[in-house]
Design a binder for this molecule. Sequence first.
Ligand SMILES: C[S@@+](CC[C@H](N)C(=O)[O-])C[C@H]1O[C@@H](n2cnc3c(N)ncnc32)[C@H](O)[C@@H]1O
Ligand SMILES: [Zn+2]
Length: 409
Amino acid sequence: MVCPNGYILAVEGLAKICIPDPNLYRREDGLYEPSWAPVFYNPRMVENRDICVAVLRVELGRGRCTAVVDPLAATGVRGIRIVLEAGLPKGATVYMGDISPDAIEIMKRNIELNGVVEGVCVRHADANELMHQLAKREGVAISYIDIDPFGSPAPFTHTALDCVKRYGVVALTATDLAVLEGRYRDKLLRRYGVVGTRVLQSRDIALRVLLSFVMRIAAVYDKYIEPLLSYAMNHYARVYVRVSRGGTRAGEVLDSCLGAVRCCSRCGYYYMHRIEDTVDRAARCPVCEGKLEPIYPVWICPTSSSEYLAELVEIAKGMHWLRESSRLLLGGIYRTSMQNALTARLTYIAKAIKTDTPPVQSIIDCLIQKGFTAARSYTYSDGVVTSAPIDDVVECVRSRALGRSMDRS
Ligand SMILES: C[S@@+](CC[C@H](N)C(=O)[O-])C[C@H]1O[C@@H](n2cnc3c(N)ncnc32)[C@H](O)[C@@H]1O
Ligand SMILES: [Zn+2]
Protein backbone atom coordinates (compact mmCIF):
# COMPACT_ATOMS: atom_id res chain seq x y z
CA MET A 1 0.00 0.00 0.00
CA VAL A 2 1.30 3.43 -0.95
CA CYS A 3 -0.43 5.27 1.91
CA PRO A 4 -0.92 4.16 5.51
CA ASN A 5 -4.33 3.18 6.92
CA GLY A 6 -6.74 6.09 7.05
CA TYR A 7 -4.97 7.92 4.19
CA ILE A 8 -5.64 8.01 0.47
CA LEU A 9 -3.49 9.04 -2.46
CA ALA A 10 -4.28 12.43 -4.02
CA VAL A 11 -2.65 14.35 -6.85
CA GLU A 12 -2.08 18.08 -6.50
CA GLY A 13 0.00 19.98 -9.03
CA LEU A 14 2.86 17.62 -9.96
CA ALA A 15 2.87 15.96 -6.54
CA LYS A 16 1.32 12.72 -5.28
CA ILE A 17 0.33 13.11 -1.68
CA CYS A 18 -1.02 10.77 0.99
CA ILE A 19 -3.82 12.77 2.62
CA PRO A 20 -6.30 11.82 5.36
CA ASP A 21 -9.28 9.97 3.87
CA PRO A 22 -11.94 12.74 3.73
CA ASN A 23 -14.74 10.17 4.17
CA LEU A 24 -13.57 9.60 7.74
CA TYR A 25 -13.90 13.27 8.71
CA ARG A 26 -17.26 14.43 7.39
CA ARG A 27 -19.62 16.67 9.31
CA GLU A 28 -23.32 15.88 9.60
CA ASP A 29 -23.98 17.99 6.51
CA GLY A 30 -21.52 15.83 4.54
CA LEU A 31 -18.77 18.44 4.28
CA TYR A 32 -15.18 17.39 4.90
CA GLU A 33 -13.74 19.07 8.01
CA PRO A 34 -9.93 19.13 7.54
CA SER A 35 -9.20 20.19 11.12
CA TRP A 36 -10.69 16.92 12.46
CA ALA A 37 -8.11 14.80 10.65
CA PRO A 38 -4.85 13.80 12.42
CA VAL A 39 -2.90 15.72 9.75
CA PHE A 40 -4.27 18.82 8.06
CA TYR A 41 -4.91 18.91 4.31
CA ASN A 42 -7.41 21.32 2.80
CA PRO A 43 -8.30 20.80 -0.88
CA ARG A 44 -9.84 24.30 -0.88
CA MET A 45 -6.34 25.77 -0.58
CA VAL A 46 -5.06 24.49 -3.93
CA GLU A 47 -5.10 28.01 -5.44
CA ASN A 48 -3.13 29.23 -2.44
CA ARG A 49 -0.41 26.64 -3.12
CA ASP A 50 -0.55 27.05 -6.93
CA ILE A 51 0.18 30.76 -6.57
CA CYS A 52 2.91 30.09 -4.01
CA VAL A 53 4.75 27.85 -6.48
CA ALA A 54 4.38 30.46 -9.24
CA VAL A 55 5.80 33.16 -6.93
CA LEU A 56 8.81 30.96 -6.23
CA ARG A 57 9.34 30.52 -9.97
CA VAL A 58 9.44 34.29 -10.34
CA GLU A 59 11.89 34.57 -7.45
CA LEU A 60 14.09 31.86 -8.97
CA GLY A 61 14.03 33.62 -12.30
CA ARG A 62 15.53 36.59 -10.48
CA GLY A 63 18.23 34.35 -8.95
CA ARG A 64 16.85 35.00 -5.51
CA CYS A 65 16.19 31.63 -3.93
CA THR A 66 18.50 29.42 -1.96
CA ALA A 67 16.61 28.35 1.16
CA VAL A 68 12.86 28.05 1.59
CA VAL A 69 11.19 27.44 4.96
CA ASP A 70 7.73 25.89 5.31
CA PRO A 71 7.53 25.71 9.11
CA LEU A 72 3.85 24.67 9.37
CA ALA A 73 4.02 22.03 6.68
CA ALA A 74 1.39 19.40 7.72
CA THR A 75 1.41 16.76 4.89
CA GLY A 76 4.33 18.58 3.25
CA VAL A 77 2.34 19.22 0.08
CA ARG A 78 3.49 22.83 -0.27
CA GLY A 79 7.20 22.17 0.21
CA ILE A 80 7.12 19.10 -2.03
CA ARG A 81 5.37 21.07 -4.77
CA ILE A 82 7.99 23.80 -4.47
CA VAL A 83 10.77 21.26 -5.07
CA LEU A 84 8.92 19.61 -7.98
CA GLU A 85 7.44 22.67 -9.67
CA ALA A 86 9.45 25.79 -8.90
CA GLY A 87 12.67 24.33 -10.26
CA LEU A 88 14.94 25.04 -7.29
CA PRO A 89 18.61 25.30 -8.24
CA LYS A 90 21.08 22.63 -7.13
CA GLY A 91 22.14 23.18 -3.54
CA ALA A 92 18.91 24.94 -2.57
CA THR A 93 16.94 23.38 0.27
CA VAL A 94 13.32 23.39 1.35
CA TYR A 95 13.12 23.10 5.15
CA MET A 96 9.82 21.69 6.35
CA GLY A 97 8.64 21.48 9.92
CA ASP A 98 5.62 20.81 12.03
CA ILE A 99 4.89 20.43 15.72
CA SER A 100 2.74 17.35 15.19
CA PRO A 101 4.49 13.95 15.15
CA ASP A 102 1.72 12.56 12.90
CA ALA A 103 2.42 15.33 10.39
CA ILE A 104 6.15 14.62 10.42
CA GLU A 105 5.54 10.92 9.78
CA ILE A 106 3.24 11.44 6.79
CA MET A 107 5.43 14.29 5.48
CA LYS A 108 8.44 11.96 5.36
CA ARG A 109 6.36 9.33 3.57
CA ASN A 110 5.22 11.95 1.02
CA ILE A 111 8.77 13.16 0.46
CA GLU A 112 9.90 9.61 -0.38
CA LEU A 113 6.85 9.03 -2.55
CA ASN A 114 7.80 12.03 -4.70
CA GLY A 115 11.51 11.21 -4.82
CA VAL A 116 12.57 14.60 -3.42
CA VAL A 117 14.61 13.43 -0.43
CA GLU A 118 17.67 15.29 -1.76
CA GLY A 119 16.07 18.74 -1.87
CA VAL A 120 14.40 18.80 1.55
CA CYS A 121 15.16 18.76 5.24
CA VAL A 122 12.45 17.82 7.76
CA ARG A 123 12.46 18.97 11.39
CA HIS A 124 10.01 18.14 14.15
CA ALA A 125 9.89 21.54 15.81
CA ASP A 126 7.84 24.54 16.80
CA ALA A 127 7.68 26.95 13.85
CA ASN A 128 9.30 29.89 15.66
CA GLU A 129 12.02 27.63 17.02
CA LEU A 130 12.74 26.24 13.56
CA MET A 131 13.03 29.63 11.85
CA HIS A 132 15.22 30.94 14.67
CA GLN A 133 17.43 27.87 14.74
CA LEU A 134 18.04 28.00 11.00
CA ALA A 135 18.66 31.74 10.66
CA LYS A 136 20.38 32.58 13.94
CA ARG A 137 22.24 29.42 14.92
CA GLU A 138 22.93 27.63 11.66
CA GLY A 139 23.47 30.74 9.56
CA VAL A 140 21.04 29.72 6.80
CA ALA A 141 20.20 32.67 4.54
CA ILE A 142 16.44 32.18 4.21
CA SER A 143 15.04 33.54 0.94
CA TYR A 144 11.39 32.58 1.41
CA ILE A 145 9.23 31.79 4.45
CA ASP A 146 5.67 30.53 4.16
CA ILE A 147 3.48 31.04 7.22
CA ASP A 148 0.34 28.96 6.76
CA PRO A 149 -1.13 28.34 10.21
CA PHE A 150 -4.53 27.52 11.67
CA GLY A 151 -6.16 30.94 12.08
CA SER A 152 -3.96 33.97 12.57
CA PRO A 153 -0.33 34.27 11.42
CA ALA A 154 0.30 36.77 14.25
CA PRO A 155 2.21 34.36 16.56
CA PHE A 156 4.77 33.65 13.81
CA THR A 157 5.11 37.05 12.16
CA HIS A 158 7.86 38.51 14.39
CA THR A 159 10.18 35.55 13.88
CA ALA A 160 9.53 35.31 10.14
CA LEU A 161 10.33 38.99 9.59
CA ASP A 162 13.37 38.81 11.85
CA CYS A 163 14.74 35.65 10.21
CA VAL A 164 14.19 36.23 6.49
CA LYS A 165 17.26 37.50 4.65
CA ARG A 166 17.52 40.89 2.93
CA TYR A 167 15.25 41.05 -0.13
CA GLY A 168 13.68 37.75 0.91
CA VAL A 169 9.95 37.11 0.70
CA VAL A 170 7.55 36.30 3.53
CA ALA A 171 4.11 34.93 2.64
CA LEU A 172 1.37 34.82 5.26
CA THR A 173 -2.05 33.17 5.20
CA ALA A 174 -4.68 34.38 7.67
CA THR A 175 -7.79 32.24 8.03
CA ASP A 176 -9.17 34.55 10.72
CA LEU A 177 -10.60 36.69 7.94
CA ALA A 178 -13.65 37.68 10.02
CA VAL A 179 -11.34 39.33 12.57
CA LEU A 180 -9.35 41.16 9.88
CA GLU A 181 -12.64 42.27 8.31
CA GLY A 182 -13.63 43.94 11.58
CA ARG A 183 -16.48 41.66 12.61
CA TYR A 184 -14.98 41.37 16.12
CA ARG A 185 -13.73 44.82 17.12
CA ASP A 186 -12.03 43.68 20.34
CA LYS A 187 -10.10 40.90 18.66
CA LEU A 188 -9.09 43.18 15.80
CA LEU A 189 -7.54 45.57 18.28
CA ARG A 190 -6.00 42.88 20.49
CA ARG A 191 -4.55 40.75 17.71
CA TYR A 192 -3.63 43.31 15.05
CA GLY A 193 -3.57 46.63 16.93
CA VAL A 194 -6.20 48.09 14.61
CA VAL A 195 -9.36 50.00 15.50
CA GLY A 196 -12.20 49.33 13.11
CA THR A 197 -15.46 47.77 12.21
CA ARG A 198 -17.03 45.82 9.35
CA VAL A 199 -17.79 47.87 6.24
CA LEU A 200 -18.95 47.12 2.69
CA GLN A 201 -15.42 46.56 1.36
CA SER A 202 -14.10 44.72 4.39
CA ARG A 203 -12.32 42.08 2.30
CA ASP A 204 -10.17 44.86 0.80
CA ILE A 205 -9.70 46.36 4.25
CA ALA A 206 -8.62 42.95 5.67
CA LEU A 207 -5.54 43.04 3.42
CA ARG A 208 -4.72 46.57 4.53
CA VAL A 209 -5.04 45.58 8.19
CA LEU A 210 -2.74 42.59 7.73
CA LEU A 211 -0.16 44.64 5.80
CA SER A 212 -0.25 47.37 8.45
CA PHE A 213 0.44 44.73 11.12
CA VAL A 214 3.30 43.20 9.10
CA MET A 215 4.79 46.62 8.29
CA ARG A 216 4.78 47.71 11.94
CA ILE A 217 6.52 44.50 13.02
CA ALA A 218 9.09 44.77 10.22
CA ALA A 219 9.88 48.30 11.44
CA VAL A 220 10.74 46.91 14.89
CA TYR A 221 13.66 45.10 13.21
CA ASP A 222 14.63 48.17 11.12
CA LYS A 223 13.13 46.46 8.10
CA TYR A 224 10.50 47.56 5.62
CA ILE A 225 8.13 45.73 3.33
CA GLU A 226 7.02 45.97 -0.27
CA PRO A 227 3.77 44.07 -0.95
CA LEU A 228 4.13 41.89 -4.05
CA LEU A 229 0.72 40.30 -4.04
CA SER A 230 -2.27 40.37 -1.69
CA TYR A 231 -5.69 38.83 -2.04
CA ALA A 232 -8.68 37.60 -0.07
CA MET A 233 -10.45 34.44 -1.14
CA ASN A 234 -12.97 32.03 0.42
CA HIS A 235 -12.18 32.10 4.12
CA TYR A 236 -8.68 33.55 4.07
CA ALA A 237 -6.41 36.51 3.30
CA ARG A 238 -2.96 36.02 1.84
CA VAL A 239 -0.09 38.47 1.47
CA TYR A 240 3.41 38.16 -0.03
CA VAL A 241 5.86 40.85 0.99
CA ARG A 242 9.46 41.51 0.06
CA VAL A 243 11.47 42.41 3.16
CA SER A 244 14.38 44.80 3.02
CA ARG A 245 16.67 46.35 5.60
CA GLY A 246 17.10 50.00 6.61
CA GLY A 247 15.82 51.96 9.60
CA THR A 248 15.54 55.26 7.71
CA ARG A 249 13.60 53.74 4.84
CA ALA A 250 11.41 51.81 7.32
CA GLY A 251 10.52 55.17 8.88
CA GLU A 252 9.71 56.64 5.47
CA VAL A 253 7.47 53.71 4.57
CA LEU A 254 5.65 54.04 7.91
CA ASP A 255 5.22 57.71 7.22
CA SER A 256 3.76 57.37 3.77
CA CYS A 257 1.99 54.00 3.89
CA LEU A 258 0.45 53.90 7.36
CA GLY A 259 -2.84 55.73 7.55
CA ALA A 260 -6.55 55.50 8.06
CA VAL A 261 -9.56 54.79 5.94
CA ARG A 262 -12.99 56.30 6.51
CA CYS A 263 -15.87 54.37 4.96
CA CYS A 264 -19.55 55.01 4.70
CA SER A 265 -21.23 51.81 5.82
CA ARG A 266 -24.34 52.58 3.75
CA CYS A 267 -23.02 53.31 0.24
CA GLY A 268 -19.32 52.45 0.44
CA TYR A 269 -17.96 55.97 -0.19
CA TYR A 270 -14.49 56.13 1.39
CA TYR A 271 -11.26 58.01 1.54
CA MET A 272 -7.80 57.10 2.77
CA HIS A 273 -5.47 59.52 4.50
CA ARG A 274 -2.17 59.58 6.38
CA ILE A 275 -2.37 59.40 10.16
CA GLU A 276 -1.04 62.93 10.63
CA ASP A 277 -3.50 64.53 8.17
CA THR A 278 -6.21 66.58 9.83
CA VAL A 279 -9.69 65.36 9.04
CA ASP A 280 -13.14 66.58 9.89
CA ARG A 281 -14.28 63.82 12.25
CA ALA A 282 -17.87 65.00 12.16
CA ALA A 283 -18.12 64.95 8.34
CA ARG A 284 -20.88 62.77 6.85
CA CYS A 285 -20.83 60.85 3.58
CA PRO A 286 -21.18 63.27 0.63
CA VAL A 287 -23.25 60.71 -1.31
CA CYS A 288 -25.83 59.56 1.24
CA GLU A 289 -25.15 61.50 4.46
CA GLY A 290 -24.24 58.19 6.18
CA LYS A 291 -21.78 57.95 9.06
CA LEU A 292 -18.10 57.56 8.12
CA GLU A 293 -16.48 54.70 10.03
CA PRO A 294 -12.75 55.20 10.74
CA ILE A 295 -10.40 52.20 10.55
CA TYR A 296 -6.74 52.67 11.57
CA PRO A 297 -3.85 52.18 11.31
CA VAL A 298 -4.09 50.49 7.92
CA TRP A 299 -1.77 50.18 4.91
CA ILE A 300 -2.77 52.89 2.43
CA CYS A 301 -0.20 52.26 -0.32
CA PRO A 302 -0.88 49.68 -3.11
CA THR A 303 -1.46 46.16 -1.74
CA SER A 304 0.07 44.42 -4.79
CA SER A 305 2.68 45.30 -7.38
CA SER A 306 1.18 45.26 -10.90
CA GLU A 307 4.66 44.85 -12.36
CA TYR A 308 5.25 41.74 -10.26
CA LEU A 309 1.78 40.43 -11.04
CA ALA A 310 2.31 40.84 -14.79
CA GLU A 311 5.37 38.60 -14.47
CA LEU A 312 3.48 36.14 -12.31
CA VAL A 313 0.58 35.89 -14.78
CA GLU A 314 3.07 35.14 -17.58
CA ILE A 315 4.90 32.50 -15.53
CA ALA A 316 1.60 30.85 -14.56
CA LYS A 317 0.64 30.58 -18.25
CA GLY A 318 3.56 28.19 -18.75
CA MET A 319 2.61 26.05 -15.74
CA HIS A 320 -0.06 23.95 -17.44
CA TRP A 321 -0.75 21.85 -14.35
CA LEU A 322 -2.06 24.80 -12.32
CA ARG A 323 -5.80 25.03 -11.78
CA GLU A 324 -7.71 27.26 -14.16
CA SER A 325 -9.22 28.91 -11.05
CA SER A 326 -5.70 29.90 -9.91
CA ARG A 327 -4.97 31.53 -13.25
CA LEU A 328 -8.31 33.35 -13.20
CA LEU A 329 -7.65 34.56 -9.68
CA LEU A 330 -4.21 35.87 -10.64
CA GLY A 331 -5.74 37.65 -13.64
CA GLY A 332 -8.36 39.26 -11.40
CA ILE A 333 -5.80 40.44 -8.86
CA TYR A 334 -3.66 41.80 -11.68
CA ARG A 335 -6.55 43.77 -13.25
CA THR A 336 -7.50 45.35 -9.95
CA SER A 337 -3.90 46.05 -8.91
CA MET A 338 -3.72 48.94 -11.41
CA GLN A 339 -5.41 51.27 -8.97
CA ASN A 340 -4.80 51.83 -5.28
CA ALA A 341 -8.49 51.72 -4.45
CA LEU A 342 -11.19 49.94 -2.48
CA THR A 343 -14.03 48.28 -4.38
CA ALA A 344 -17.06 50.37 -5.34
CA ARG A 345 -20.12 48.18 -4.58
CA LEU A 346 -22.72 49.10 -7.19
CA THR A 347 -25.66 47.57 -5.31
CA TYR A 348 -25.14 49.96 -2.40
CA ILE A 349 -24.36 53.03 -4.49
CA ALA A 350 -27.53 52.42 -6.52
CA LYS A 351 -29.55 51.95 -3.32
CA ALA A 352 -28.17 55.20 -1.87
CA ILE A 353 -29.23 57.18 -4.93
CA LYS A 354 -32.50 55.24 -5.16
CA THR A 355 -32.06 53.61 -8.53
CA ASP A 356 -31.62 50.10 -10.00
CA THR A 357 -28.25 48.37 -9.86
CA PRO A 358 -26.71 48.58 -13.35
CA PRO A 359 -24.66 45.75 -14.90
CA VAL A 360 -21.05 45.90 -13.72
CA GLN A 361 -19.68 45.95 -17.28
CA SER A 362 -21.77 49.01 -18.19
CA ILE A 363 -20.19 50.99 -15.35
CA ILE A 364 -16.71 49.82 -16.28
CA ASP A 365 -17.33 50.99 -19.88
CA CYS A 366 -18.70 54.31 -18.65
CA LEU A 367 -15.70 54.96 -16.39
CA ILE A 368 -13.22 54.02 -19.11
CA GLN A 369 -15.02 56.37 -21.50
CA LYS A 370 -14.51 59.09 -18.93
CA GLY A 371 -10.77 58.38 -19.03
CA PHE A 372 -10.40 56.41 -15.79
CA THR A 373 -9.09 52.90 -15.25
CA ALA A 374 -11.72 50.43 -14.10
CA ALA A 375 -11.87 46.66 -13.64
CA ARG A 376 -14.31 44.07 -12.35
CA SER A 377 -13.63 43.04 -8.74
CA TYR A 378 -12.53 39.43 -8.30
CA THR A 379 -13.98 39.52 -4.76
CA TYR A 380 -17.39 41.18 -4.97
CA SER A 381 -19.78 40.24 -7.78
CA ASP A 382 -21.25 43.79 -7.76
CA GLY A 383 -17.83 45.42 -7.47
CA VAL A 384 -15.75 47.74 -9.64
CA VAL A 385 -12.22 48.81 -8.78
CA THR A 386 -11.48 52.16 -10.36
CA SER A 387 -9.27 55.21 -10.28
CA ALA A 388 -12.40 57.39 -10.58
CA PRO A 389 -13.64 59.51 -7.69
CA ILE A 390 -17.02 58.58 -6.24
CA ASP A 391 -18.83 61.41 -8.05
CA ASP A 392 -17.99 59.88 -11.41
CA VAL A 393 -19.06 56.40 -10.30
CA VAL A 394 -22.35 57.84 -9.04
CA GLU A 395 -22.82 59.73 -12.30
CA CYS A 396 -22.25 56.54 -14.32
CA VAL A 397 -24.68 54.57 -12.13
CA ARG A 398 -27.28 57.31 -12.51
CA SER A 399 -26.85 57.70 -16.27
CA ARG A 400 -26.90 53.93 -16.97
CA ALA A 401 -30.00 53.49 -14.82
CA LEU A 402 -31.66 56.39 -16.67
CA GLY A 403 -30.67 54.91 -20.03
CA ARG A 404 -32.16 51.55 -19.05
CA SER A 405 -35.42 53.03 -17.83
CA MET A 406 -35.72 55.00 -21.11
CA ASP A 407 -35.04 51.76 -23.05
CA ARG A 408 -37.89 50.12 -21.15
CA SER A 409 -40.40 52.93 -21.73
C1 LIG B 1 -3.09 24.91 8.30
S1 LIG B 1 -1.99 23.62 8.62
C2 LIG B 1 -0.75 23.80 7.41
C3 LIG B 1 -1.16 23.39 6.06
C4 LIG B 1 -0.05 23.30 5.04
N1 LIG B 1 0.82 24.47 5.06
C5 LIG B 1 -0.60 23.07 3.63
O1 LIG B 1 -0.38 23.89 2.71
O2 LIG B 1 -1.30 22.05 3.46
C6 LIG B 1 -1.16 24.15 10.07
C7 LIG B 1 -0.10 23.17 10.56
O3 LIG B 1 0.64 23.82 11.59
C8 LIG B 1 0.98 22.89 12.60
N2 LIG B 1 1.29 23.68 13.81
C9 LIG B 1 0.44 24.27 14.67
N3 LIG B 1 1.12 24.98 15.59
C10 LIG B 1 2.44 24.83 15.29
C11 LIG B 1 3.64 25.36 15.84
N4 LIG B 1 3.63 26.16 16.91
N5 LIG B 1 4.79 25.01 15.26
C12 LIG B 1 4.83 24.19 14.17
N6 LIG B 1 3.72 23.67 13.61
C13 LIG B 1 2.54 24.00 14.16
C14 LIG B 1 -0.20 21.98 12.69
O4 LIG B 1 0.17 20.72 13.23
C15 LIG B 1 -0.64 21.90 11.21
O5 LIG B 1 -0.08 20.79 10.59
ZN1 LIG C 1 -22.69 56.99 1.85
